[in-house]
Design a binder for this molecule. Sequence first.
Ligand code: 13P
Ligand code: SF4
Length: 342
Amino acid sequence: MLSTKTMTAEQLYARLKNIKVGGSFCQFSLKKCQELVPLINEINRLKAEKNAVILVHTYVSPEIVYGVGDYIGDSYGLSKNAMETDAKTIVFVAVRFMGETAKILNPEKEVLIPSDYNGCDLADCIDAAKVRELRKQFPNHTFVCYINTSCEVKAECDVCVTSANVVKIIERIPNNNIYFLPDNLMGQNLIESMKKLGVKKNIEIFSGSCCVHRDYHVDDVLRIRTEYPDAKIVSHPECRPEVCKESDFVGSTSQMFKYIRESLSEQFMMITECGLSSRLNVEFPDKKIVGSCTLCPFMKSNTLADILRVLKNPTDKDRVIIDPELLKRAKKSLDKMFEYGK
Ligand code: 13P
Ligand code: SF4
């Protein structure tokens, strides 16, 4: 059973007081922490009583990350946590496709999603019918879907990937003809990576993109380079190829976190969602984050109140329910990911 330790407002404030994202002042005061702590302690008590685990994506608000999260990470790390947990219930605080992935990997467990606003620009830009149509057009291609896709889309594809393993997996797929969906910008970055590695692949890509990452332009990067010549520029592969080319490091959320933890530099510009900058403020208060960041409205729609609600009294609307046949087909593409990603 997970710990039921209670948290004081002072302890929470000590964690959150360095967060500067969203302005130059910290938005967490001791008073705000005093308001949040009763809710946090009630969630932690209930989760132990109900044998639940709370998985939280880094992009979710800091009071959730540091108040109630049992595991914090990126989509790859959290899907591994979901596979390994003994808990009876998984509360997945992120977006729908991540909760669906947890359910596909744990069909016998209850998976709850707290927010109703749980879409994702990428996952919502393509459906199963479109994939079937593309498969007719490209019959000799291996269809690779980014994990940011619905269960129905995963069921129509051959292999799933995350931003943490996409390059390694594409390299290992025996077929040289690949159709990558749905992120066009990540697909372009992938083509560049294959060129750099000297790996010959014919990669077709779909037209989707993420509102959070496509909003950065190379001019933003060049301006920061001029203003802060010592800053390391760190980007997510959902960013534009021109942005990635100008960056010092490109990787998934957890890979970016690791790069900064291990870097000797003191200044960084984070070209990704604000949640990562908040975590860096908390966990590496001596490292300076320069420039601005962007918010994912879907991830940020999760609240402590909704987490408490789904733990207390879940309804079918909060549960991830997937038809068993569909789940089996979608699981094949995830199984391939773990097989190629080893
Ligand atoms: P990660 O795989 O880095 O968690 O990214 C998921 C995502 O949605 C990024 O926008
Ligand atoms: Fe989807 Fe973009 Fe939000 Fe990631 S940041 S969950 S890709 S909308």
